[in-house]
Write a protein that binds this ligand. Structure first.
Ligand SMILES: CC(C)=CCC/C(C)=C/COP(=O)(O)O
Length: 283
């Protein structure tokens, strides 16, 4: 093994510990220079093969000119150029993912009772229930049943359909992406589907964004109540990360998806005629 001292001095001279030991000692070699012949021989069965491998080192390849062609063995082989170009996107995505995981872990302060903010976990769980699918479906069905005006029934029926649509769309995306929930999450949510073991996107966030927009658009609410709706939707999203249920990107995407789902609900809006037909069939 090289002593730390040897490694440091090699680092200072621009060398890099790229090759193995010779006679029990490690040797350091600059990436910009061709390796000595005795080391080349160890890389391949004969010196010619070894030299060829050395000429394919990343540094040599980068300096070889054309990045598109593969003519005459001088340019970059095509498959290599394909592999190198998307690496910028790959690095950006993995950096974003790393930041997401790090931030989500730091924000998961109510993930269990003995977490740093474990004392507010019950409050966060209450907010969680307020954005759960069951109270929303049950509440909407109750309002639909109780509503005595055609306008009220129309709004409630469309909200009910929107909630079902949300469950289906979120289920599909979760099943396709299959991102696991954060490791610090305790799976103690009530009434979940099997796809809810996956975390992308947050179903609570999609519901909060979609229902928030729905309420603001279809209920005549005073300004303080409108602010309350916005606050509630934000708190539902935030509580998902604080409880350790989701990573930040699950919630951000969930909000965006719920926002778009509302546009879809508006496009597919069930008119009173359709509603009468449906109710007529039920009666
Ligand atoms: C059983 C019904 C009707 C809905 C399930 C709602 C639920 C538990 C969704 C998961 O939400 P997150 O993805 O935000 O954890």
């Amino acid at each position: 093994m090289p002593s730390p001292k040897a490694s440091r001095s090699a680092g200072r001279s621009g060398g890099s510990p790229v090759l193995g030991s010779s006679n029990g000692r490690y040797e350091f070699m600059s990436l910009n220079r061709a390796p000595p012949p005795h080391l080349l021989q160890r890389q391949g069965s004969d010196p010619a093969t070894a030299r060829l491998r050395a000429s394919e080192s990343p540094t040599r390849r980068r300096g070889s000119g054309s990045s598109t062609g593969s003519t005459g063995g001088q340019g970059l082989p095509e498959e290599d150029s394909i592999r190198l170009n998307p690496s910028i996107i790959g690095v950006a995505l993995s950096s974003l993912l790393a930041i997401d995981l790090w931030l989500s872990k730091r924000l998961g302060v109510c993930a269990c009772e003995d977490s740093s903010w474990g004392s507010i976990r019950p409050l966060m769980k209450l907010i969680e229930i307020s954005g759960h699918g069951i109270p929303w479906l049950a509440g909407t069905a109750y309002c639909l049943y109780k509503s005595d005006s055609a306008a009220g029934q129309e709004v409630m029926l469309n909200l009910f359909v929107a909630l079902l649509l949300d469950l289906v769309l979120v289920g599909i995306v979760k099943a396709v992406v299959r991102r696991r929930r954060p490791a610090h999450n305790r799976m103690d949510m009530f009434a979940t589907f099997s796809v809810d073991r996956y975390s992308f996107p947050s179903g609570h966030a999609t519901r909060a964004a979609m229902c928030g927009r729905f309420l603001l658009a279809h209920l005549v609410l005073a300004a303080p109540l409108r602010v309350l709706v916005l606050l509630w939707a934000s708190m539902v999203g935030l509580s998902r990360v604080l409880l350790g249920r989701h990573n930040v990107t699950d919630v951000v995407f969930g909000f965006w998806m719920g926002y778009c789902q509302y546009n879809l609900v508006e496009m597919l809006w069930l008119s009173p005629q359709v509603l009468q037909g449906l109710l007529g069939q039920l009666a």
